[in-house]
Design a protein around this ligand. Sequence first.
Ligand SMILES: [Zn+2]
Ligand SMILES: [Zn+2]
Length: 303
Amino acid sequence: MTFNLTILGSGSATPVPDRHTTAQMLSIEGDYFLIDCGEGTQYRLIENHLRPGRLKYIFISHLHGDHYFGLVPLLSSLNLAGRTDDLWLFGPRGLWEIITVQFRYSDTKLNYAIHFQETDPHQPAQILDHPNVTVETIPLQHRIDCTGFLFREKNRKRKLIADKLPADLPVTFYRQLKDGQDILDDMGQVLYSAEEYTLPAPQPRVYAFCSDTRYNEAMFDQIRGVDLLYHEASFLDDMESLSEKYFHSTARQAALTARQVAAGRLMIGHFSSRYKVTDEFLVQARSVFPETYLAIEGQTTEV
Ligand SMILES: [Zn+2]
Ligand SMILES: [Zn+2]
C-alpha cells in the first residue's frame, strides 16, 4: 500500500522566498488527504503534479492564517473545475462559518457537498474510519484551539511467498491468502494454507502530524511509537523563551518529543522567517534525535 507524504509548505506565518506556509499531502493507496492548507496551496498542488480533483479529505489544525488561508480559494477552484464528488473537511469551530460567509457574499453555490466535522481541541477522538486508515485528532497546546492528526494504517495484508506458490494456483486465490484465509476444496479440506504460503502482515504504519504547539507531554502516550512524526520547530535554542511565550517549539524540543515517544523518524518544519537558512535546525535536533529530517517543499517521503 502506498503511504506517502509530500511537503507543500514548511514555513510559518511571515512570507519568505522559497518557503511556503503549512500544507502537506498524504497519499494513501490513491486517496488524497490534505493536511493544513496555507496560502497558495492550490498552486503547490499543481507544481507537485497532485491533481486537486482527487482530493477527498482535508484536515485543518487551527485557524491561524498560515494553516488555512488557502482553503477557500481551493474549494472555489474545485467548484470551477466542475467537481461534483463529496468532500470531507475536518477543522476547528469557526472554520465552517468563515467558509460560508465568504461564499455567501460572493454568491457562490457549490456543485458538490462538503461534509464538515468540527474537531475537539481537548480530547483525542477518531474522526475518520477509512478503508485503509483511521484518523484521530491530537490535542495540542497553542495560543488558540489546535489539533494535530494521527493517521493509522489498517488492514495490512500478509505477504505472498512467491517462490513457494504453485504455478497453477489461480490468481484469484492470492487475495484470499493475503487476507490470511486458507483455500479449501469442496469437502472443506485445506488445499493451501495461508500460514504456509504467506508471511505475516507487516506492522501497520502510523504518521503523526503535530502542528503548532509548545512542548506537549500530554500527547506522548497517544503518539508513542509512530513511524514518522512531523513536529513543528519554529525556533532554535536562542529563542527558547520567546518560543514558549508564543506556544511554539524549538528544534530541540521537537527532537526531545521524538526521543521520548520512540518515534521512527522525525520531520521538523514551520521554521520562523527570522532564520534565513535552516541547517542549524537539523544540527540542534540531531544532537538529541539523530533520525531527524527537514520538511522541504516538494519532497515526498514514504511513511
Ligand atoms: Zn503556524
Ligand atoms: Zn499557529
